[in-house]
Design a protein around this ligand. Structure first.
Ligand code: SRM
Ligand code: SF4
Length: 566
């Protein structure tokens, strides 16, 4: 391909000497708070985005100042697990160098926002000293591998977590650029096979892997490029069903892009997992669209060629046929709150963290509270893909002490919450996200009380309903899997979507386009009223609106005619 045919990002990757670019020099330039455009693209592979505070953008422009450049730093925490020592160190980095919060993401890791350029190296090096990393937390590579955090921990759950770690380590970039730039590693000559899997141009687009353990689909396994459904028989992990080609992003571009759920193509044993993953990533490396980034996700590679093509290509590379997928059943894609006892008699407490934002605000001293808990806690912490938090592995005798701290810092919202508040997921959006068209995280405390009042009037206050908010259609809160979802279109305007199921196996459909709050509330009031009056026993809201034909949720791949978008 000539340079004219490929997007700028492909050229930047190719010419970057395995992600080095001029990042190290750019960090030393004190004349600006930002870095060059090429380095911005490469920095993502190191786990950071250059952003600016959009609340201040217009005012700074008026004052002829450069934007308020700052950096978001995302950690790579496979399976979302961290120790109390790591917690305390993240807390210290956030308090010293960021805008004062730790943000749990929808891929069960931490983001720090508002880091100034002069502190970026301290933060990334600081995270690396914690036996953690930021490498490939963003960028066109395999990202943080997510895994179910079902607090009903068992030996099989622990094994699944180890596989998530193994995949995360195996498929992280191997370039020496990371240690040279952030850890003062000795520069080494760039060698040809520095990246045996990713080579010099990495993947065409981001690639996401997750492992779910039925019956809890808390990672939304079908939203992953490559999802594994763990199959546990008689308490033993026997293998994984492979689901390929999921993704949530949808944007208005020259070519339509759309959300898509992954489809199951077979089964692998634990011993075959790494090899199957390697070849799947390599297939996307070799066949993904490198001319059009809007069409470069793995879901489009599969849609363009078919699931059968993928299965045959994978089997040819593996040298054996995939086994047939095994039976499984998901019941929910939400989290389970409160204390749960594990198989070995240890306890796990899941806390509700609104939009994943750990901050001291109003009566909630969440950052301080978690610091105090981390100082005494002997087990570990687990971050969930629903932006919540588990204090895991607690001895029965230590529960009371943890409960007291949880109550003292008002971390116990899970005890008082409504059914709709319990399962809200909201992406970051304004003011840091450069792509946000509308509020999301900051809209939760405005919108949810209005919905609660409405549900209360109808006797539905405790009814669990999965609500997801996104500031744009990129889908970072996986909104297309919300029983109710709002995706931002413009300031104060959203697409209202309804009709996903309760377990992350069916997407929703558009009910209202470009709607403002009064229109959204009026529509939901009517739908909730019908739901209260006409639902079947135990029926969830999403299933009700799909069954009664209020919306027609999209068909999944094998049942959909070729070329028809979901
Ligand atoms: Fe995302 C881009 C935040 C999970 C799909 N996402 C962004 C950026 C980096 C904006 C940008 O490119 O400038 C956002 C930074 C906002 C900020 O200020 O922090 C951003 N995404 C997030 C997080 C923090 C949302 C959250 O509130 O938790 C999540 C971080 C996850 C992590 O730890 O790695 C996050 N993003 C997701 C998910 C959910 C998931 O992976 O389970 C999706 C949908 C699944 C998928 O990938 O298809 C998602 N983010 C996107 C997309 C659309 C990709 C596409 O295929 O079209 C973009 C835009 C892009 O890549 O061009 C995007
Ligand atoms: Fe930003 Fe859109 Fe992702 Fe929300 S969904 S964080 S607004 S890119």
């Amino acid at each position: 391909m000539s340079d004219n045919e490929i997007p700028e990002v492909e050229r930047i990757k190719r010419d970057s000497r395995h992600l080095r670019g001029t990042i190290a020099q750019g960090l030393l330039d004190t004349s600006t708070g930002g870095i060059s455009d090429a380095d911005k693209a490469l920095l993502k592979f190191h786990g950071s985005y250059q952003q600016d505070d959009r609340d201040l953008r217009d005012e700074r422009r008026r004052q002829k100042l450069e934007p308020d450049h700052q950096f978001m730093v995302r950690a790579r925490l496979p399976g979302g697990v961290l120790t109390p020592q790591q917690w305390l160190a993240f807390d210290e980095l956030a308090t010293k160098y960021s805008s004062g919060s730790l943000r749990i993401t929808t891929r069960q890791t931490f983001q720090l926002h508002g880091v100034q350029k002069q502190n970026l190296k301290k933060v990334i090096a600081g995270i690396s000293q914690l036996q953690a990393s930021t490498i490939a937390a963003c960028g066109d590579v395999n990202r943080n591998v997510v895994a179910s955090v079902n607090p009903l921990l068992s030996a099989a759950h622990a094994e699944v977590y180890q596989w998530a770690r193994r995949l995360s380590d195996e498929f992280r970039p191997k370039t020496g650029a990371y240690s040279e730039i952030w850890l003062d590693g000795e520069p080494v000559a760039v060698i040809e096979d520095e990246e045996p899997l990713y080579r010099d141009v990495y993947l065409p687009r981001k690639f996401k892997i997750g492992i779910a353990i039925p019956p809890v689909n808390d990672i939304d396994v079908f939203a992953q490029d490559l999802g594994y459904v763990a199959i546990i028989e008689g308490g033993q992990l026997v293998g994984f069903n492979i689901a390929v080609g999921g993704g949530m992003g949808a944007a208005n571009g020259e070519r339509p892009t759309y959300p898509e759920l992954a489809d199951i193509v077979g089964f692998v044993t634990p011993g075959q997992l790494v090899e199957a993953t390697h070849h799947t990533i390599a297939i996307q490396r070799d066949f993904g669209d490198r001319k059009d980034r809007m069409h470069a996700r793995f879901k489009y590679t599969i849609d363009d060629r078919s699931l059968d093509w993928f299965r045959q290509e994978l089997e040819a590379r593996l040298g054996y046929k995939l086994e047939r997928a095994r039976e499984y059943r998901f019941e929910t894609n939400g989290d389970r709150f409160g204390w749960v006892e594990g198989e070995n008699g240890r306890w796990h407490l899941t806390l509700l963290i609104e939009a994943g934002r750990l901050i001291d605000r109003g009566e909630h001293s969440w950052l301080t509270g978690m610091r105090e808990i981390a100082r005494i806690h002997q087990g570990e912490f687990r971050l969930t893909c629903n932006q919540n938090l588990i204090i895991a592995n607690v001895a029965a005798a230590e529960r009371a002490q943890i409960d007291a701290l949880v109550a003292a810092h008002r971390l116990d919202d899970y005890l008082r919450t409504s059914g709709i508040r319990r399962d809200v997921i909201a992406c970051v959006a304004l003011p840091t996200c450069g792509l946000a068209m509308a509020e999301s995280e900051r809209y939760v405390p405005v919108l949810v009380p209005k919905l609660e009042a409405m549900l209360d009037r109808l006797g539905l206050l405790n009814e669990p309903v999965h609500l997801r908010l996104s500031g744009c259609p990129n889908g970072c809160s996986r909104p297309f899997l919300g029983e109710i979802a709002l995706t931002g279109r413009a300031v104060g305007r959203y697409e209202l979507r309804i009709g996903a199921d309760f377990a992350g196996e069916r997407m929703n459909a558009c009910y209202l386009e470009n709607a403002d709050e009064p229109a959204i509330l009026a529509a939901l009031e009517k739908l909730f009223t019908d739901f209260a009056a006409k639902r079947r026993k135990g029926e969830h809201f999403g299933d009700f609106v799909a069954r009664t034909g209020v919306v027609k949720p999209p068909a999944r791949r094998p049942d959909r005619p070729a070329g028809v978008l979901p």
